[in-house]
Structures are given as structure tokens and as C-alpha cells.
Write a protein that binds this ligand. Structure first.
Ligand SMILES: Cc1ncc(COP(=O)(O)O)c(C=O)c1O
Length: 417
């Protein structure tokens, strides 16, 4: 277990370096981007029943649009999302526990303000790494950051005991991604069952970022991952986004689930912060998400939906099947590459993490730069997500075009030979 105070700074710089080099290089020569972190457009189409709800006109006539609407976001959408959450996790959330936000990053920054502005200013946020430190770049305006990272032996997942040991009297909140980025492994039910009562007693918020929870590829024949009912606790704040789950990142929409005391209303708490700021999460996608949630509920309840020629189940199942196929294809290729070892098999999403044990390079960033220069391949070094650079882990995005993926993996293999 590593507990460090400055890892977030180094990590942010690394991620920036990776982005800047990949995209400035792109101007001069064609880079094969193997770590986009997001599927290529068109590879995993949304069902037609959902796409039709995103249209701005029907039969040449503009659809009635909402205008400003509710402070906490569309009420019909919040209602159906609460029903879906409760059906999935046996929780008892109500409409007072949900607020729409403009994506997870935006939601997180506002949560931070709700917790750390005022008497908690300058107190501590404990970050569970590895993670997407890029979205934590503004934390230090309001709070100190400590990071805790699990051991390599445990695929960098921390244990409940390690988390509890990392807390001190100054810790006011914990940030954890479930599943973790870059490994896309979930924390167990047991982990949450151990830490939540402890955090409740100490009045420490647990902020769970569920952005990676998309294209579930773990155990059981289910498309959506379930969390334990204990997740519905006064000190747990969940962030859910449509960015990856439904590949709707450009609409900037997600939601925050939290206790009423945190959530507040128009006049106080989190909803007031949202109301004072954006006023309402983007409305363009509301109808589409209502339709998605209705279909997810029907699938969960084994009911038939009422639309004609519905392609929701078939298209979503096809997308998941294809994602799994690309994951397995990447693993087969990586296994054949010299010096690739310790492939961490993800349980969700579209990225896979692995170690390159090549004596020529002392750090992941050195290998990243050489690979980009010599082979025009861009592969994200995991020191950009909080892992030690000497461990030599990389994150590959497999949810891309199959030909590009195979081409890139072949070039990587040749580079390593
Ligand atoms: C852990 C994590 N949180 C949040 C985000 C961004 O989510 P959003 O598009 O909803 O802001 C990402 C994007 O890669 C991520 O990896």
C-alpha cells in the first residue's frame, strides 16, 4: 500500500504530457491512438428506439422543448432513474435523493464545494488510486489530497483495512472509482459492507464515481452491475454518468445520489449549488434517458416494452458481445507479444491494463515516448493514472475499430521484439 501526498501532482502532469504529445504529434504524422479512453463513433450504435428520442424534429416539425425546467433536472427522468436504481440495488431512494448534473466531472467539482466550502475548507480528501486524477485537478483550491493505492499483488485494489488505516482526524471525504480506472475491477460487496458503517460513525463522506460502470463483462449473465443495498447510506454520495454506460458523453449528463441532508433543495445544499450555477443539467437527452431507463426496467422485470419493433435488447446485447470479443482479441494479441506480462482482465468498460517488462526502458513514460516516435503508436502510461512509472503498466482501449486495434497491436508487438 502506498500513501502519498504529491502523487496527484505528478500524475496530472504525466497525463497532460501523454495528451499533449499524442495530439500535437498527430498534426505532423498519423498516430494510431490505442488509448483513446472512449469508443470510436459508430462502433457500438445506440438502439434505434433511443436514437429516435434524440431527434430535434419529428416529421419536419420541431419537437416541444423544455426551456429552463427544474433546478435538480428533469423530474420525469429523475423519477424513472430512482425506480431503476431501487429495482437494481434493493435500495429505497426517493426523488429527494437525486440531482441531475452535467456529467461526472462537473458533478464531482460541485460535490467538493458542498463538502469543503465553509468549515471543512482545507481539510482532507483521501483519493483511492489508481484513478482518473485529471478530474481532481481543482481539488486543492478547497482541500488537501492524500492518495492510497493497493499493492501490485492485489492488482492495485485496496482492502477495507488499508482504506480505514489511511484515514486521519482531518479526512472529511474519500473519493473512489468503482470500477477502478484503469483496471476496471469492482470492489466487492464485502468491501463496502466493512467501510460504510465505519465512515458513517466518523461522519466521513464516501464519494463513489461509477463512470467506468459500463459494458459489464464480469460474472453472471447480466448487463448491469449491482451494488449492495447498504450503498444507500447517509454518508455515501454516488456519481452516475451516461458518458460511458450509454456512450452519450457529448450530452454531458449524469446524476448524483445522496442523502436528503446533503442534497438540500432550491434554498440550500447541493441542489442550491447546481441551481445557482447551471440551473439545470442539459435537457436535450432527457427523453432519451427516460426511454433507456424504461427499457432497462422492462428487461430487469422480464416484461415486454410497448414499442413496436423494439431493438433495445438486441442492440445492447450485440454491443456487449462485441466489446467482449474485442477484449478477448486484445488479450490474445498481447499474450503473443514479447515482454508483456500481468494482463489485468477488466470486469467492465473498454480498457485493458498490462505490464511491459522490457529491460531497455526504465519508466513507462520513456517507453511511451519511444513507441510514439518509432512506431507512431500512442499507448497511455499508467503513471498518468497514479501508478509508479517503474512498474511499467499501460492502458489500452479495445473498444475501437477492429482493424485499427489489430494493426496497432501488431505494431506494438514488432516494437517490443
Ligand atoms: C473515473 C472517471 N470519472 C469521470 C470521467 C468523466 O466522466 P464525465 O464524462 O461524466 O464527466 C472519466 C472519464 O474518463 C473517468 O474515467
Amino acid at each position: 500500500m502506498i500513501l502519498t501526498k504529491t502523487i496527484h501532482e505528478v500524475t496530472y502532469q504525466r497525463f497532460r504530457e501523454y495528451l499533449d504529445l499524442t495530439y500535437s504529434q498527430n498534426i505532423k504524422q498519423k498516430v494510431v491512438a490505442l488509448s483513446t479512453g472512449y469508443p470510436e463513433p459508430g462502433e457500438f450504435p445506440l438502439p434505434k428506439v433511443i436514437l429516435s428520442k434524440l431527434a430535434v424534429e419529428i416529421n419536419g416539425v420541431e419537437k416541444p422543448r423544455q426551456g429552463y425546467g427544474w433546478d435538480a433536472g428533469s423530474q420525469p427522468l429523475r423519477e424513472i432513474l430512482i425506480e431503476l436504481e431501487n429495482s437494481l440495488h434493493s435500495t429505497n431512494y426517493s426523488i429527494r435523493n437525486i440531482c441531475m448534473v452535467a456529467g461526472a466531472t462537473y458533478g464531482f467539482n460541485r460535490i467538493l464545494e458542498a463538502i469543503f466550502e465553509g468549515e471543512n475548507k482545507g481539510k482532507k480528501l483521501l483519493v483511492v488510486g489508481p484513478t482518473y486524477y485529471r478530474m481532481l485537478n481543482r481539488v486543492e483550491r478547497l482541500a488537501q489530497i492524500d492518495s492510497v493505492i493497493g499493492s501490485e499483488k492485489k492488482e492495485f485494489q485496496i482492502t477495507a483495512e488499508e482504506l480505514i488505516d489511511s484515514i486521519d482526524a482531518n479526512t472529511k471525504a474519500i473519493f473512489i472509482a468503482n470500477p477502478t480506472n484503469p483496471t476496471y475491477l469492482y470492489y466487492s460487496e464485502d468491501f463496502f459492507e466493512k467501510i460504510i458503517p465505519f465512515l458513517e460513525e466518523k461522519r466521513i463522506y464516501l464519494i463513489i464515481d461509477e463512470s467506468g460502470d459500463a459494458f459489464y463483462q464480469g460474472e453472471g449473465n447480466k448487463r448491469l452491475k449491482r451494488f449492495p443495498a447498504g450503498i444507500n447510506n447517509k454518508y455515501v454520495i454516488r456519481i452516475v454518468t451516461a458518458s460511458k454506460k450509454y456512450l452519450l458523453a457529448e450530452y454531458r449528463i449524469g446524476y448524483v445520489l445522496a442523502d436528503e441532508t446533503f442534497m438540500g433543495d432550491k434554498t440550500k445544499g447541493f441542489i442550491k449549488i447546481i441551481g445557482d450555477d447551471i440551473g439545470n443539467a442539459p435537457l436535450a437527452v432527457n427523453e432519451a434517458w427516460v426511454e433507456i431507463a424504461l427499457h432497462e426496467l422492462a428487461v430487469l422485470r422480464n416484461e415486454k416494452c410497448s414499442c413496436q419493433q423494439c431493438d433495445f435488447i438486441t442492440q445492447m446485447a450485440e454491443n456487449n458481445r462485441r466489446m467482449l470479443y474485442l477484449r478477448n482479441l486484445s488479450m490474445d494479441h498481447l499474450l503473443k507479444s514479447p515482454s508483456v506480462e500481468n494482463i489485468i482482465i477488466p470486469e467492465a468498460n473498454f480498457n485493458i491494463t498490462f505490464k511491459i517488462n522490457n529491460y531497455k526502458y526504465k519508466s513507462d513514460i520513456a517507453l511511451f515516448k519511444a513507441l510514439l516516435k518509432d512506431s507512431s503508436i500512442s499507448l497511455l502510461p499508467c503513471s498518468g493514472l497514479g501508478l509508479d512509472e517503474s512498474l511499467m503498466y499501460f492502458r489500452l482501449t479495445y473498444g475501437i475499430n477492429e482493424e485499427v486495434l489489430i494493426y496497432g497491436l501488431d505494431r506494438l508487438k514488432k516494437f517490443l521484439e
